[in-house]
Write a protein that binds this ligand. Sequence first.
Ligand code: ZN
Ligand code: ZN
Ligand code: FE
Length: 767
Amino acid sequence: MQRRAIEVSGVVQGVGFRPFVFALASQMKLNGFVQNRSGAVWIEIEGDESGLNCFTDCLRRQPPPLARIDNLSWNPIPLRDEDQFRILTSESGARAPVFVSPDLAICDECRSDLLDPEDRRYRYPFVNCTQCGPRLTITLRAPYDRGQTTMDPFVMCDQCQAEYKDPNDRRFHAQAITCPKCGPKLSLLDQEGSVVESSDPISDFAVAIGQGRIGAMKGIGGFHLVCDAANDVAVEMLRCRKHRDEKPFAVMMGDVNSVKRSCIVNRAERDLLESTPCPIVLLRKRVDGNAIPLSLAIAPNNAYIGVMLPYTPLHVLLFDVSGHQPLVMTSGNRSDEPIAFEDRDAIARLAGIADIFLVHDREIRVRCDDSLTRVIGGCEAPIRRSRGYAPMPLRLPCPSPKPMLAVGGQLKNVFALASGANAFLSHHIGDLESLQAVEAFRTDVQLYEQLFEITPAVVVHDLHPDYQSTSYAQARANRESIPALGVQHHHAHMASCMAEHQIDGDVIGVIFDGSGYGADGSIWGGEILVGGYESFVRAAHMRPVRLPGGDKATKEPWRVALSYLADAGCDVEEWLARADGGKPGAVEFAIVLQMLERGFNSPWTTSVGRLFDAVAAVASVRMRVSFEGQAAMQLESLGHDVHAAETYPYEVDANVKPGLPIQLDTRMLIRAVYDDHRDGVGAETIGRRFHNTLSSIIVDACCEIAGARGLDRVVLSGGVFLNALLSTQAANALAEKGLQVFQHRVVPPGDGGLCLGQLAIASRRLQ
Ligand code: ZN
Ligand code: ZN
Ligand code: FE
């Protein structure tokens, strides 16, 4: 007989780890105990050697599905001759990294309890167990125990208590355990926030939605705005009340079969739809005659639509009573504001939008938007990593010597805390463009520091002086007398992809995005960097053009088109005469031409995001956009549908000046697009040829650089690589040249992934 002390660290709390250990030990007739010790799980167990080996092996090889074991170590300790296996209450005070589990979609077993008339939780919208339910969003403090969650005020009834204590029950130690007798309750409110009498709030809410009204519904991480996805009037009304021009709404559908009636779904997409995080998955709309149509106002002029499945018991019941009609389910906010998650605030902010509110009395502690993802080349490419993923820690390639905060960028902000090898990336905070968004950023940074018990000794930020996140970082560093470390935007993109794949040494980083502050103060966005975490050099970049009107040009691609056309020596008057799709008036046109000539308010940029805009405008696909990336998305879906192998001419000019970066010259490309449009070539073909060309430019430049510098690894990062057509083409073509290609699979290639790169670079620099 022997006794072992086993310590397991990683994601081991709030994922049913202790009950799992208990069941395993009982099954193998081993005695001892298991205990949570702030971040790690501590097991003491005794039995004969082979039994103990088998137990340790099982733990290592088949942990519970939601757990992630980073480290498992054991030591022999003296026997105690115990006669049973016990679960001890959590010990606090021990210093180990703290983990908080992401929120988990309802599991199959809870779903059947929910729909089983014999079950005592039949139709109870807050059913959950050790394998499902809210986690991050209800956690007040770590470690995860009922008393440290917003479930604390609900005192367990005898039956729940008994299940909670029964090691053979599925809800053994389920911290959010609850039932109709002892748990949260739903209520229905009107626009003023007064209670509407209702014996069945879900059905009454469903009836209102069915009548074409707009509802607001309290979910896991905040409020959703809900309406009938097939009702044009309702969707248009929501769009108008929300002040959201053309940005797509997400749709929730009852199950995969109903998704298939409106969208094309492949195996990988289906798996993602049904995965535990239950994200919104970007899918192609079906356009055949048998497709069940949804309102065109959901994603206007867009071949894609974001779809998710019900992930809370409340959603399941709503679909059950409403006959499985697809529902628009979009974040409860006015455009550009953070998602509302507190009852009073939600009612105040959403009163002008929603006609009716379905709320409950379980408090949301941490706001958390839905995650958004897509499949590229059979693999997941995250667009927004939030609910269901955050705050699952990622591993840094080299451990951070000090606790750090990386504040991310300005748009699609996500921040991250580092402690040792762990990077805790926040949920999606959003664009730091409104006062409320900046306030949410500050509040949530504070919340995470408290939750993870991390006090930053270093703050890491972008080099852009006007980013709200940069100002915050610098002010904080001043106030607390700690160092602030600036990291170049595209270097951070490159490092985030490297960190995700745990690669080290020098690589080639193809970083294409909308904009980022360059090392020379100009706007970068079409960069090929060479380097590693420590440092980088700019090996190549797109030919710079002027951005007439600065930020205004981001909303009005025709301005960028004009700049590119003029640069390429095309006849801009002739182009304007034949262009359509919201082209500018003569006066506006003349003003912009003058701005270009004088260089007034027209910063230089190498942005590939803007190049997409320019090509879309030259080909009359789109002259104005209502959100960034809209024109690119349209070009991608146009190009997706045709098979054109041609590429436009371009120049990879390695001999600009010795020692200077290679210039990727787009003038011939623009002239060819201009000619194609004049000759009546369809936008699909132009779109396809443009993608072929960009991919070809990437390959030529990378081969040139790889040869000159003896490198063979290429990372693709930056928001442009959310483009499936370009990503797939470029990755395949690079691989054909014998280069090793790395793409984002865990964090977004866009600015939502910056904070991981910032941490990876800073932790290396501090060593
Ligand atoms: Zn469950
Ligand atoms: Zn109960
Ligand atoms: Fe960026």
